[in-house]
Write a new protein. Structure first.
Length: 100
């Protein structure tokens, strides 16, 4: 099995997600599962990137898209955090890895 950072991820159908932000937290409703989730700022940003992506993304792609004002571009130390978020999204039914 590929390492988590080698996987490429897609969100569930964007039209199945209702997505709202309040005070740096995100409320996400998955119309496919009927579940509602509260995400922190980083989780909300990751999901937003996946929802608007034209293709499946790796955790490194997501880190690049997130950017960083202090260290622009790719930040390898953030990949593990993004990988954990993506694994949680899979558990919640918000994203899935693309088949190799």
């Amino acid at each position: 099995m590929p390492s988590p950072s080698a996987l490429r991820w897609r969100s569930v159908r964007p039209d199945a997600i209702a997505f709202r932000e309040w005070d740096g937290e995100f409320v996400v409703r998955n119309e496919q599962s009927g579940s509602t989730h509260l995400l922190g700022a980083l989780g909300g940003q990751v999901l937003h990137i996946l929802l608007h992506a034209d293709a499946a993304l790796s955790s490194a792609d997501i880190v690049i898209a997130l950017g960083d004002e202090e260290r622009p571009g790719y930040a390898p130390d953030k990949c593990a955090t993004v990988d954990a978020i993506l694994q949680e999204f899979q558990r919640l039914g918000l994203a899935q890895p693309e088949s190799p």
